[in-house]
Design a binder for this molecule. Structure first.
Ligand code: GLN
Length: 558
């Protein structure tokens, strides 16, 4: 007999079978969206079975973008999806890795907290995993916590997580928890059939570990017939209505509606013995999707970065463009351009037909000169420009070299010997040796200067934005820049750091030290992206306005 739990928080565990990359994150986010739309308070947590303490130190080619939360956690990119779907922020507790679990247990062992006991995977590691899973529930902020287990069932490294889930269900009682297993039904074109065997094997493996899934979400490229659903239900020991078809969709934003049609939310709510409350209110979502699928206009925007071979490296930026495109009833065609392939000689032929240019965040020297060449082209040809983090820093370097005449101006990240270190390491970063979690991370306030383009974008003078960097604008040069026509339009009110720059004599040229892409959601597209796409649209139809004389110039520190 399992102990009866007094907790009212319900837990939904999402595991993956057959293969990776089936989209557990999107299924979790879609279910959460539907439960939220019924009136439940929901959050999603991702457990990652790798030994890195967080993905902050991972190369983007390995793991895609590193997403940053308000409280400064460097996390898996799935947390970006959770925020974009749910429109509520996540935090440090929403992403846990094996590295973090072991670090906590080993630190505790060194403190002597285990009183001489042998420290083992079971119970010590599993206890720590369970503690981390329960943390979100204990905040009292949520009715339902959805916990996604990274990796695929059967992986050696996810075993302790699966065992922890088994223990939690036993402890809480099975009506307080539900398990969704995401699997693949491969289609064999030779016989024209969807095959169920990999799903059967994967469920058997889960059963070996003591877990009976309640719901099977089956990824498929063809519709799943009732006969096939019955067969899967029979062999895998689930209700027939708990065999959910997840057919390939043209956009991830369609998945919540597909899951609504399959009644995934109802099946889960019934399993958790909760009231259905209202029918999900998905009106705003449907409106968004309708506009996404039926754009009136189209713009071409260059996204310049050095990791473009892996589109996931710029996930939040690409999604922000989708949100902002919908706001403008406009399809944003992103042209992914490798910064290493750009130079002064080919910049015109590569970028000449773009309606706007974005230079992406990044680290290190590779591709820097290509970014600078692209920025020069945008500045001189009055093409709307948005530079994010390293993109903003490159805009500062470009302006210093080509407008102010500071010949070897650079960021000290790339050229420590520069005579004009216009971007320099932040003071409080200079003594830091450790790499993990030590950048300027998370949400900081930014004061927007009235009368600037930035103010026009936000329509208010105080905003909060998320950061992830070690270097910053070197304020020693601020008056040179402002005299030359690049002004600081966003300043951190607490320490005076320059967070936004813009050009006076350019219709739309803004660089931001922070990452607006981390804050754009379906229901709240980020104003910087919305206005940037609008500027691209104006550029495309010839209505982009030159700034009126000096009207936008506000010198900050004169
Ligand atoms: N490498 C730069 C810094 O550390 C920019 C970082 C970024 O683009 N996120 O300041």
């Amino acid at each position: 007999m399992s102990p009866v739990s007094t907790t009212s928080v319900r837990y939904v565990f999402v595991t993956g079978g057959v293969t990776s990359s089936l989209g557990k994150g999107i299924i979790s986010a879609s279910l959460a969206k539907l439960l939220q739309a019924r009136g439940y308070r929901v959050t999603i947590q991702k457990l990652d079975p790798y030994i890195n303490v967080d993905p902050g130190t991972l190369n983007p080619y390995e793991h895609g973008e590193c997403f940053v939360t308000n409280d400064g956690a460097e996390t898996d990119l799935d947390l970006g999806h959770y925020e974009r779907f749910l429109n509520i922020p996540t935090s440090q507790s929403n992403n846990v890795t094996t590295g973090r679990i072991y670090q906590t247990v080993i630190n505790r062992e060194r403190e002597g907290a285990y009183l001489g006991k042998t420290v083992q995977v079971i119970p010590h590691i599993t206890d720590e995993i369970k503690r981390r899973i329960k943390l979100l529930g204990e905040t009292g902020e949520y009715d339902i916590v959805i916990t996604e287990i990274g990796g695929t069932v059967g992986d050696i490294e996810s075993l302790p997580y699966i065992e922890s889930v088994r223990q939690m269900i036993w402890e809480m009682g099975s009506s307080n928890a539900a398990v969704i297993h995401l699997t693949l039904l491969p289609y064999l074109s030779t016989t024209g059939e969807l095959k169920t065997k990999p799903t059967q094997h994967s469920v058997k493996m889960l059963l070996e570990y003591g877990i009976q899934p309640d719901v099977l979400v089956c990824r498929t490229e063809k519709p799943v017939s009732n006969d096939l659903r019955r067969k899967i239900a029979l062999f895998c020991n689930v209700n027939i209505n708990a065999v959910i078809e997840s057919i390939d969709a043209s956009t991830i934003y369609e998945v919540p509606l597909l899951m609504l049609k399959e009644q995934l939310d109802k099946v889960i709510i019934n399993k958790l013995k909760l009231p259905l409350k209202q029918e999900p209110d998905m009106l705003a979502w449907k409106d968004f999707l309708g506009k996404l699928k039926n754009p009136v206009y189209e713009v071409r925007i260059a996204l310049i970065g050095k990791y473009i071979e892996l589109k996931d490296a710029y996930k939040s930026i690409a999604e922000s463009f989708i949100h902002a495109g919908v706001s403008n009833e406009c399809k944003v065609k992103l042209e992914w351009i490798h910064s290493e392939k750009l130079d002064a000689g080919n910049v015109k032929s590569t970028l000449g037909s773009m309606h706007a240019i974005l230079v992406a965040p990044g680290f290190g020297e590779r591709g820097i000169e290509g970014k600078i060449a692209a920025i020069r082209f945008a500045r001189e040809n009055k093409i709307p420009f948005l530079g994010i983090c390293l993109g903003m820093q490159c805009a500062v370097v470009e302006f210093a070299r080509n407008v102010l005449g500071f010949a070897d101006a650079h960021s000290t990240e790339v050229s420590p010997e520069s005579n004009y270190p216009v971007i320099d390491m932040m003071e409080d970063q200079k003594d830091i040796q450790h790499k993990g979690g030590t950048m300027r991370l998370g949400e900081f306030p930014c004061s927007i200067v009235k009368g600037t383009k930035a103010y026009h974008v936000y329509g208010k003078s105080k905003v909060m934005e998320r950061h992830r960097h070690r270097y910053e604008f070197n304020s020693k040069y601020l008056s040179d820049f402002e005299k030359g026509g690049m002004i600081a339009s966003g300043i951190n009110p607490d320490n005076g750091l320059v967070e936004m720059v813009e050009l006076k004599n350019h219709p739309w040229f803004i660089g931001v030290q922070f990452h607006p892409e981390y804050k754009s959601t379906v229901l709240h597209p980020h104003p910087l992206f919305v206005r940037f796409v609008k500027a691209a649209l104006d550029k495309s139809n010839g209505t982009l306005q030159e700034p009126k004389s000096d009207a936008t110039a506000v010198i900050v520190n004169s």
